[in-house]
Design a protein around this ligand. Structure first.
Ligand SMILES: [Zn+2]
Length: 519
């Protein structure tokens, strides 16, 4: 998986050039970081722990009271084993929260949740969320954007400090309810005048007479023109999140529940100054499967300004039922990279694309011997889509092979890579879109470890395109680390290639055995 490596390298460059990076959109006029007490950092981040490329290894915190203003600031410092990016958002709710997402990093075993006195924060919880760490900070009251700051710090070899993510939170100002003070100027503040009401919600199902495609249309009336943005979220469950800027949901607006064919649930939440409309979806949507538009008011037809969301019903995944054995199974093998894309390159210049093809060819032979039918996304050293394709087109071409042929399973074969050459091992990734994806990944992982004997980096959930967009159980295997000189040597050797191929075949056999028991 070359792209992951590039991201790390890129992050490293960005850090070395910019020093401290503010990760929040609005950087506060709050206390500069230098005002805060130095926090001892006797420990540096440890080795990346088994099974993870990157780890949130340690958490420290300290309170600082400004001598002049008496305002308390809490600083939370998280050591990370490599450069990361972090994003944050303040969530309003029964418990106001600051939610920080640290990308591509999981919390280490020694990281435990923290409880505080509640002046600045009540609790900090660290959760794994897909490939990311979610740091959820429970707050005594809602924070303004200027009351907190998230930054990432580069490592500092001299001071023995690792890469860090730092969160500073100011103690909230006392409630502004000073009575009888000439508060008139304050009452008509911008936040009141700016608020537009999302006053009413309607919806309807529509079936296209020609294509037979069902779609759901949600219409939201708003009292003035607004802007809306949307994003598709894949974990932990597929969601479409629509943000209607500068609005609050009116009292008449209630959450909606549907039959789950197109949408399961729609929730309307206040998020800062905006309304967040969260659509729980039964499956992931393609971008082409939904549309958000805003409509002007129409005095003649007595229609207000509107935000309209159209969502098409996704074609459901077929029901799978498997029989034991490899005979007559249709298996798509996807040797990673190829042609203009070498994939990762080892220290002695061995290419990922060469190893993945050699192993896929072995697996094909072994599977065919066992009576399975095999389709390869590529048979030789070439791009599947074409040499000038975008990354997505290239990946889509690979999933299309499997989707069009309605394969039983899809296995993408890769070699891993990391900046630290000492890191090694075998891992497998899955995206649980059917009942069977994690079962497939675990079966492959177990059998590859038995066959190859490298460090077990486990079967892990991931968001990779090819395992997500294939419409059958799929897994992506990382045979070994091509960046590790010993493992590069193994990847080159026909003996190791054959061992890992046998591992993959045994893993597939194991998978069909287990899957058949679920019928
Ligand atoms: Zn790869």
């Amino acid at each position: 998986m070359r792209k992951i490596v590039l991201c790390f390298v890129l992050a490293m460059f960005m850090l070395s050039w910019s020093g401290v990076q503010a990760a929040t959109t609005s950087v506060s006029g709050a206390k500069p970081a230098a005002d805060l007490p130095r926090i001892a950092s006797a420990q540096t981040a440890g080795e990346p722990s088994a099974g993870r490329l990157a780890e949130l290894s340690q958490v420290r915190w300290a309170n600082h009271i400004d001598a002049a203003t008496g305002i308390t600031t809490m600083r939370l410092v998280m050591d990370v084993s490599s450069p990361v990016t972090a994003s944050s958002t303040v969530v309003d709710g029964s418990t106001p929260r600051l939610v920080l997402t640290i990308k591509g990093m999981l919390p280490g075993k020694s990281v435990t949740d923290l409880t505080f006195d509640g002046k600045v924060a009540k609790k900090v919880a660290f959760d794994a969320s897909g490939q990311d760490t979610k740091v959820v900070i429970d707050l005594p009251q809602l924070l303004e954007d200027t009351d907190y700051k998230v930054s990432t710090l580069p490592s500092d070899a001299e001071a023995q400090r690792p890469f860090r993510v730092v969160v500073d939170i100011k103690q909230p100002a006392p409630p502004k309810t000073a009575p009888a003070v000439p508060a008139l100027k304050k009452t008509g503040t911008k936040s009141n005048s700016r608020t537009i009401e999302l006053s009413q919600v309607r919806w309807a199902n529509h079936k296209d007479a020609v294509t037979g495609t069902n779609s759901l249309r949600l219409v939201m009336d708003v009292s003035a023109p607004v802007k809306a943005s949307s994003v598709i979220v894949s974990t932990p469950t597929p969601r479409l999140v629509l943000t209607v800027k500068g609005t609050t949901p009116g009292k008449a607006v209630k959450n909606l529940t549907f039959d789950g064919k197109i949408v399961e649930k729609i929730a309307f939440d206040v998020s800062g100054q905006d309304t967040e409309v969260v659509f729980d979806l039964p499956h992931m949507l393609e971008d082409a499967d939904y549309k958000v538009s805003t409509l002007p008011s129409d005095a003649k037809a007595k229609r207000p300004f509107r935000v309209v969301v159209d969502i098409k019903q996704p074609e459901p995944l077929p029901d799978f039922s498997f029989t034991p054995g490899l005979k007559n199974k249709l298996i798509v093998l996807d040797p990673g990279h190829g042609g203009s894309d070498p994939g990762a390159v080892g220290p002695s210049q061995y290419y990922e694309k060469t190893a993945t093809l050699a192993v896929a060819q072995n697996v094909k032979q072994l599977l065919e011997k066992a009576g399975a039918k095999v389709i390869m996304t590529r048979q030789d050293d070439r791009d599947v889509y074409g040499s000038n394709a975008t990354d997505v087109d290239e990946l889509k071409a690979r999933t299309t092979v499997a989707n069009n042929r309605k394969a039983d399973v899809f296995v993408s074969i890769h070699a891993n890579s990391f900046t630290d050459r000492a890191v090694g091992g075998t891992s497998t990734y899955y995206y649980q879109k059917t009942l069977y994806d994690s079962m497939l990944a675990r079966s492959l992982q177990t059998s590859m470890i038995e066959a190859g004997g490298l460090q077990d980096r486990r079967a892990n959930p991931a968001n990779f395109y090819v395992i997500k967009r294939t419409r059958m159980p799929a897994a992506l295997v990382e045979l070994a680390f091509i960046s590790n000189p010993q493992e590069e040597k193994l990847l080159r050797s026909p003996e190791f290639q054959q061992k890992m191929s046998q591992g993959i075949v045994r893993g597939l056999e194991r998978f069909f055995e287990q899957a058949a028991k679920l019928n």
